[in-house]
Design a protein around this ligand. Structure first.
Ligand code: COA
Length: 426
């Protein structure tokens, strides 16, 4: 079956997480993604957090599926020549180097345009233009600068970062959308363009409900925040709201049976207004359906601690899965707190391709996340990440059309590093 991005060729100059998540998505949709890596070194994540000695780390393998790898020293004149030849053959150049690094390689926007006016150049940087434009940025820096950390955690604790990689993978997603939009616009203009996604902007985009609350604060207390019911005054900035729901339907994380031994024996419970009467029946408080202190959402807001305390006495008598099953029968929105162990063992996620088991020649089989976006006419088959420089020769010959003599000349210049890693029988 054909793929949505068949025929699109990506020159993938990305490393670490933000850029690679973007190009992995494009590869899953069928683009030919050629990952350019430094000879002998490669993407730094290949060697980071290694669990199997001598094999590419999970950090790398889980971010670089369905790509081809070519090693090129971009600072070697012959390497530059290969890069420029590739720019002429590709549709998109994606990079997430520190600010200025691409220009220092000589690949300025003007130069890329002169080589290939149809080329789209897509970049992730930590910050957009402004006082921090030159800063290097990693995930947690973006979470802090994008407003997520100040609004995550407990009111009386320090700011917290979240395990969801909203700065890296989140910005990778934003960039992928920008690239697809630019490819679409190129259909009518015939021209490439620059696509920039700053990590601070991406995090803020995902945190917009907190910017909403910042503005609401000017008009009075945020009544759905627990601290309102607790009688604690609001300051001039949006406070951390622990596990309060971010929307207009109050929610909490509640204990379930076994919580004393199992740190994940909890359920997220939402007191959604349309099902309030069902909630009252399930937990055995039918009187709350008509009691003016509980019947209407506004009356409940100052009493959330009491209400959730009562609901918790019900959830604590059930496992999180039992509670989930009963509540779903009544259409009451809830969700078990799933550990990564439980997720990795959930066969239904493998059945949908959300999780995938992938064979690998040097590290053995590993689990990775499949494409979370399912297209009915463009199914994703996850292919293991490439070894360092695995496709160098293939790309020089098939994509650039170089003959043996030309390939030997470039190899001899040192621009490609040593011969590629040998692959044991797969
Ligand atoms: N051949 C030769 N040199 C290469 C090369 C290649 N194939 N690939 C990269 N390099 C060089 C670059 O040209 C750069 O050299 P320069 O500083 O002399 O110009 C150098 O490698 C290092 O690149 P840099 O991006 O500065 O890496 P770093 O490890 O110092 O910083 C980040 C890492 C992530 C902090 C930085 O890249 C960054 O801020 N990126 C933008 C934001 C981002 O994406 N952050 C999240 C990452 S998950």
């Amino acid at each position: 079956m054909s793929k949505a991005l068949d025929g699109v060729r990506i020159l993938d100059f990305t490393h670490v997480q933000s850029g690679p998540t973007c190009t992995q998505l494009l590869a899953w949709f069928g683009a030919d993604v050629i990952k350019v890596e430094r000879p002998g070194v490669g993407d730094i994540t290949r060697g980071q957090l290694q669990d199997v000695k001598g094999a590419d780390s999970l950090y790398f393998t889980m971010l670089n599926s369905n790509k081809r790898s070519i090693t090129i020293d971009s600072k070697n004149p012959k390497g530059k020549e290969v890069l420029e030849a590739l720019i002429k053959q590709c549709d998109v150049l994606v990079e997430n180097f520190a600010p200025g690094a691409l220009d220092r390689m000589g690949l300025t926007w003007a130069h890329v345009q002169s080589l290939n006016p149809r080329m789209i150049v897509a970049s992730v940087k930590g910050f957009g233009p402004g006082p921090y434009a030159d800063c290097k940025v990693y995930e947690n820096v973006a979470q802090c600068a994008g407003g997520a950390a100040s609004t995550t955690g407990f009111r009386d604790g320090i700011p917290l970062v979240t395990g969801a990689q909203i700065g890296d993978s989140g910005t990778g997603l934003h960039l992928a959308l920008g690239i697809v939009a630019a490819l679409f616009q190129r259909e009518t203009t015939g021209r490439g363009q620059k696509v920039d996604a700053a990590m601070q902007d991406g995090v803020l985009n995902l945190c917009r409900v907190k910017l909403r609350d910042q503005q609401r604060l000017a008009h009075g207390p945020l009544k759905e925040y627990s601290q309102f019911g607790e009688g604690i005054e609001f300051g001039d900035a949006v406070p951390r709201a622990a596990n309060d729901s971010g929307g207009g339907q109050p929610g909490r994380i509640l204990k379930c049976k076994g919580w004393e031994q199992d740190g994940n024996a909890y359920i997220y419970f939402i007191t959604q207004a349309p099902v309030w009467e069902k909630i009252c029946d399930v937990i055995g408080e039918p009187g709350w359906k008509t009691d003016p202190d509980y019947a209407k959402p506004a009356a409940r807001l100052p009493r959330l601690n009491e209400i959730f305390g009562r609901i918790e006495s019900w959830t604590m008598a059930k496992t999180k899965f039992e509670a989930m099953q009963i509540l779903n029968e009544y259409d009451i929105p809830c969700g078990p707190i799933l550990s990564m162990k439980e997720i990795a063992e959930d066969e239904s996620l493998y059945a949908t391709g959300t999780l995938v088991r992938v064979p690998h020649p040097t590290r053995g089989e590993y689990i990775t996340v499949g494409n979370p976006i399912k297209l009915s006419d463009s199914p994703t088959e996850v292919v293991r990440s490439p070894l360092l420089g695995e496709h160098t020769q293939e790309i020089l010959r098939d994509v650039l059309g170089f003959n043996d003599a030309k390939v030997d000349e470039i190899q001899a210049s040192g621009a490609l590093g040593d011969a590629p890693q040998r692959i044991a029988a797969e």
